[in-house]
Design a protein around this ligand. Structure first.
Ligand code: TEU
Length: 558
């Protein structure tokens, strides 16, 4: 649609380029692969596509380590391929959001290489966070910070003279040195990078680690944890998915977004900034979407919510309230490339609210239960007002690959944590397009950079397309009805008296009643409600329709 502020109610589909579709045949997805599958996304009915990084990169963190912000990595294609993808998406009425990674560069970025070569005290080092070590010979890191991926957040360099030298900060992998955002050249460079892509016609940016760029003065020691998710929903508005400490959510970071907001405003066509900020409570997250800052922030609350009616209601209420206060749209996220796919999270019998880790012990998700609940959860999410994110493959109901061999895993967040938690490769497995082909049609050669489980033939797109009741057709129908009834720009009203409060989540959005049954007993729909779509089979008795356990329904209110 061409309406103003499209992002307020948009359904945005995340493409993880290395695993979406491969055109070149090397088993790694690429931009021409995305272009070749745009019809899938158009038919699904999404408003926009967010592309995870495709820039030149040594791929130490799957492209979140950028060596050149203005170039396409040869793995993924060329700038001409990007232009074609953008043009064809626009022709089909879909917008394109690209991923910007400003907290850190790759160690292969020319700035970092220059900083290493120039040595201590040089202006080149000022663009990063180089410090002298502690201890008699500088042999101890400058402070006690830990990297998100595990281990110390500092790595010692060797001076151009060959002697052990300064340390540099990296909140993620050792190959992802943090930039110094107090430096005017860093700020100027990224405004220029924004313009580079805006000039090419992109519709927006997803800002990686948007809460991380500014660090507290003096880089004080921190005795808390930097970890992502603790699953705590104890206080109102706590998402259970926050980073804290002197390296996150510092007030100064907002100046950067105020400047970027102005850059985007120079361009027509409603360009948008989306914050990836693991910040809590939600009132802190809402500060990133104040009118002169970003336009959206990912709301990660669902990622750490167990399958519980009261918990889901609390999250929805708190999410809407936090955004109401700043006039920004609420967003909803069930899965992404960093977390265990929700079809598997929700299939754990032992409730697990830690989306980064499956397999405390040897617990394996129940695939059938997980899929049933994931379909219900997604239908509930797509009925909510605001903007919804879909991670590639969730429209197929894909589970996490929980049986990947350790030696095939490539995520640095796995080996750094000393094998206490699985890395993120299990949600990054190449998509299945065609049931009967090698690699399920991901690549013309059958190659896939990670193996797919055999059971994925049942999830392949061609096994679901046109099949009534398939997960793919459910998503497609949900997006169609969502558009028809303008649910994205609607508002939520909780409905009492349908099912038991402890067991069902029931709300109305415009003329649509959304009922999600998490309890053991069927929930009987109110008289006169006409079913529009359902995530599972319904039961009709004496002319009354009821919703079984772990099923969601959209019904028209008469
Ligand atoms: O993620 C930010 C982040 O904090 C992640 O580390 C994430 O929560 C992590 O998976 C927890 O284990 C972004 C990107 O989405 C992620 O893929 C990158 O690895 C990270 O930034 C560094 O760029």
């Amino acid at each position: 649609d061409t309406a103003g502020e499209w992002w307020r109610h948009a359904v945005i589909y995340q493409v993880y380029p290395r695993s979406f579709a491969d055109a070149s045949g090397d088993g790694i997805g690429d931009l021409p692969g995305v272009t070749s599958r745009l019809d899938h996304l158009a038919r699904l009915g999404v408003d926009a596509i967010w592309l995870s990084p495709f820039y030149r990169s040594p791929q130490a963190d799957a492209g979140y380590d950028v060596a050149d912000y203005r170039a396409i990595d040869p793995l993924f294609g060329t700038l001409a391929d990007f232009n074609e993808l953008l043009e064809r998406a626009h022709q089909r009425g879909m917008r394109i959001i690209v991923d910007l990674v400003p907290n850190h560069t790759s160690d292969e970025h020319e700035w970092f290489q220059a900083a290493l070569a120039a040595g201590p005290g040089s202006p080149e080092r000022e663009r990063y966070m180089f410090r002298e070590g502690k201890g008699e010979h500088g042999e101890l890191p400058p402070n006690n910070w830990e990297s998100i991926f595990g281990g110390p957040a500092w790595t010692r360099t060797t001076d151009p003279s060959g002697e052990p030298g300064q340390w540099y900060l990296h909140m993620f992998d050792t190959r992802q040195p943090d930039l110094n955002w107090e430096h005017p050249e860093v700020r100027a460079e990224f405004e220029d990078v924004l313009r580079f892509w805006l000039d090419r016609g992109v519709d927006g940016f997803r800002i990686d680690v948007a809460h991380g760029m500014v660090k507290a003065p003096g880089l004080p020691d921190w005795h808390g944890s930097v970890s992502m998710i603790d699953g705590s929903h104890d206080e109102a508005g706590s998402t259970g998915a926050g980073n804290s400490g002197p390296m996150f959510d510092q007030d100064g970071v907002h100046d950067i977004y105020r400047a970027w907001n102005k850059v985007l405003a120079e361009y027509d066509g409603d360009r948008a900034l989306v914050a990836e900020a693991w910040v809590e409570p939600l009132s802190r997250l809402a500060r990133y979407v104040r009118p002169d800052e970003m336009h959206q922030a990912f709301n990660f609350s669902f990622l750490s919510t167990t399958w519980d009616a009261a918990a889901l209601r609390t999250v929805v209420t708190a999410s809407l309230a936090a955004n109401d206060n700043v006039g920004a749209p609420t967003t909803w996220v069930m899965s992404n490339h960093d977390t265990v796919r929700h079809a598997s999270r929700l299939g754990l019998l032992e409730p697990n609210s830690r989306p980064n880790g499956i397999g405390h012990g040897d617990e394996q998700p129940d695939e059938e239960l997980g899929l049933r609940r994931a379909r219900a959860a997604s239908l509930m999410m797509l009925g909510l007002p605001g903007s919804a994110y879909i991670y590639q493959g969730e429209e197929l109901g894909l589970p996490e690959h929980t049986a990947l061999d350790d030696d095939l895993r490539q995520d640095p967040a796995w080996w750094r944590t000393g094998h206490t938690e699985r890395g993120r490769d299990g949600c990054r497995v190449p998509l299945p397009w065609k049931a009967g082909e090698p690699g399920f049609g991901f690549s013309p050669t059958g190659a896939t950079w990670l193996p797919q489980p055999d059971s994925w033939s049942a999830y392949a797109l061609d096994a679901q397309k046109g099949v009534p009741g398939s997960t793919y057709e459910m998503y497609r129908e949900a997006l169609r009805v969502r558009r028809e009834f303008h649910l994205g720009s609607g508002s939520l009203a909780w409905v009492d008296g349908v099912g038991d409060e402890q067991a069902a989540v029931v709300f109305a959005n415009r003329d649509v009643l959304v009922v999600t049954n998490l309890g053991d007993e069927p929930v009987v729909l109110p008289e006169g409600a006409t079913v529009l779509l359902a995530s599972g089979d319904l039961v009709t008795e004496d002319g009354r329709v009821s919703v079984p356990t772990d099923v969601a329904v959209w019904a028209r209110l008469s």
